[in-house]
Write a protein of this length. Structure first.
Length: 354
């Protein structure tokens, strides 16, 4: 039986995507060859790459607005480095909302001065700082839209006159926002798009080419754009699978349709967390993520009982990140409302048993 997969990443993908991807590994489009044994320069794969890039821009409503979509390698963590390499001349601002922002800051410091415009570190990253100033002399401001580990999500974004860079790894394509307020968006595929092995970068071309340092080709966004995301051999299987997921999302009706479902799932789980005295939410209510819900047991002694119950119900992947413990239920796009219902039933069963 297929489990109810609440894994934070790599995460659940639509069943039909898994099926099509596995078929392509056997025989890609009736070519008599596997997707993973053909040239990435073949007409067949170039079509896949172009379709994936086009779908990404289309779903974000960024077509014909000066943006380019790339599928690169190294994960979101590589983009911590590429962003600074390509954009940081002297000084950049970073909003510190969790472990991933913190890692991005650490890498950026290798390239120039980093101004931490605000941080929620002292409160265990349980909220998003809201009141902070952003100096005008920064090369860019970097934010993290969804904090996968702590379960917080930005609902509004700072209005700035400098390029705005956003790590959207764990909530890209999950909700409708005006994506044109960002100049660069990046996201590791394995949270809401596909298997690990590639990351999406969507960049407004006119912010590039402004730093004085020399940039190695593979790290240079301009080179990657010129080579149409094929400077070297791309991650063919992750990109193909991501393309299938984006096509699945488009066929469903796009980001605004999935947002409605994501809101329903989050509402169902958070209302259980709030009404059930056996559980406490971790993130401050106004900043709660629709993707990753973090919570703890009011009585830690019941851990073994609860763990046995959700496992018995076919739930998988809700143990919290090793850095904060507790529980984290990730509800990415492909997770059904029914799966959330199963988890909520287990939680209310806990309450009935006392
Ligand atoms: C998972 C995650 C990362 C790191 O992604 P990798 O692809 O493993 O490098 C970065 N940022 C956020 C918000 C994440 O959730």
């Amino acid at each position: 039986m297929k489990k109810h997969n609440f894994s934070a990443g790599p995460c659940i993908l639509p069943q039909e995507v898994l099926l099509k991807a596995s078929e392509a590994v056997q025989d890609f489009n009736g070519m008599g060859l596997s997707l993973i044994e053909i040239s990435h320069r073949s007409k067949e794969f170039v079509e896949v790459m172009e379709k994936a890039r086009a779908l990404a821009l289309e779903l974000l409503d960024l077509k014909d607005k000066g943006y380019v979509a790339l599928f690169l390698q190294g994960g979101a963590s590589m983009e911590f480095i590429r962003v600074a390499y390509n954009l940081l001349e002297t000084k950049a601002g970073y909003l510190n909302t969790g472990t991933w922002s913190n890692n991005a800051i650490k890498e950026a410091k290798l390239f120039g001065e980093v101004v931490e415009v605000a941080s929620s570190k002292n409160e265990g990253y349980n909220h998003i700082p809201k009141m902070f100033g952003v100096p005008n002399d920064l090369d860019y401001l970097h934010i993290t839209s969804n904090n996968t580990i702590y379960g917080t999500q930005m609902k509004t974004f700072p209005k700035v006159n400098i390029p705005l860079v956003c790590d959207m790894s764990s909530d890209i394509f999950s909700r409708k926002i005006d994506f044109s307020q960002f100049d660069l968006i990046y996201a590791g595929a394995q949270k809401n798009m596909g298997p690990a092995g590639t990351e999406l970068v969507v960049v407004k071309e006119d912010i590039l080419g402004k730093v004085s340092r020399k940039i190695p080709s593979i790290l240079d966004y301009k080179v990657q754009i010129e080579k149409e995301s094929m400077y070297n051999t791309p991650a063919v299987f992750p990109i193909y699978t991501t393309m299938l997921t984006l096509q699945w999302l488009k066929d469903l009706g796009g980001v605004s349709v999935i947002e409605e479902l994501n809101n329903k799932k989050a509402q169902l789980l958070y209302s259980e967390i709030d009404l059930n005295p056996m559980f406490n939410g971790y993130a401050k209510k106004e900043d709660r993520s629709t993707m990753n819900a973090t919570f703890t047991l009011a009585d830690e002694k019941l851990k073994d009982t609860f763990d046995a119950m959700w496992k018995e119900a076919g739930v998988s992947g809700i143990s919290g990140h090793r850095s904060i413990g507790g529980y984290r239920a990730s509800m990415y796009n492909a997770l059904s409302l029914d799966s959330v219902g199963v988890l909520v039933d287990v939680m209310s069963e806990m309450e009935r048993k006392g």
